[in-house]
Ligand binder design. Structure first.
Ligand code: 5GP
Length: 201
């Protein structure tokens, strides 16, 4: 029996995408939900960080207080969790999100950091894992700064995290460089098509 249920392995698909913030992940995630050749359902993570302007509770994240997050941890509600960017903020994947995807016969699509991804890979060795890179460190810094949503200290922490996360890129099954959006999306769609075919073989 699998950790989260009793369906056959081939119907319990997990897709994990990691990469530095500023690598264009969010845009790619949203495009893939609409365009991927397999049915993907985004796992909405829980976090203790505060919502940014435009972010909607229950859509972008479940925004929890520290206490709520820890209660849910104690209740074993999380498949994985991590403190991201040494920020003091916790982020985690709720088991219920993964179950929701599988109930809908969709792949559970997790956009999580490297620590969380390595954790899920241990539990789901068949997870399809993609590390998304920016073409260069300079381009990454430029994109991060151009968002204008973070202060200098946060940006520095994110740059340091990105450099250390890069060391784990080869633990992922696939590395995709986001040099051009359409090309990167096309490459990921091809990966998903071949992974789906392989799992049905
Ligand atoms: P942001 O604060 O910019 O929305 O996200 C920061 C980072 O948290 C991203 O790199 C993202 O991959 C990571 N993250 C988001 N949700 C989760 C989660 O559920 N678990 C883990 N381990 N990391 C997450």
């Amino acid at each position: 029996m699998n950790t989260l249920g009793q369906q056959s392995q081939s119907s319990q698909r997990v897709l994990i995408m990691s990469g530095p913030s500023g690598s264009g992940k969010t845009t790619i995630v949203n495009r893939l939900i609409d365009e991927a050749p397999v049915k993907l359902m985004k796992s909405v993570s829980a976090t203790t960080r505060k919502p940014r302007p435009q972010e909607v509770d229950g859509e972008d994240y479940y925004f929890l207080t520290d206490e709520d997050f820890r209660d849910r941890l104690a209740g074993n509600d999380f498949l994985e969790f991590a403190e991201v960017f040494a920020s003091g903020f916790l982020y985690g994947t709720l088991r219920s999100e993964v179950e929701r995807a599988w109930t809908e016969k969709a792949w559970a699509f997790l956009e999580i950091d490297v620590e969380g991804a390595l954790n899920v890979m241990q539990q789901y060795p068949d997870a399809v894992t993609i590390f998304l890179k920016t073409p260069s460190a300079e381009e990454f810094e430029r994109r991060l700064r151009s968002r204008g949503t973070e202060n200098e200290e946060v940006i520095r922490k994110r740059l340091a995290t990105a450099a250390s996360e890069l060391q784990f890129a080869d633990r992922y099954r696939h590395i995709v460089v986001n040099d051009q959006l359409e090309r990167a999306i096309g490459e990921i769609c091809e990966i998903l098509k071949s992974e789906e075919t392989a799992s049905n073989a």
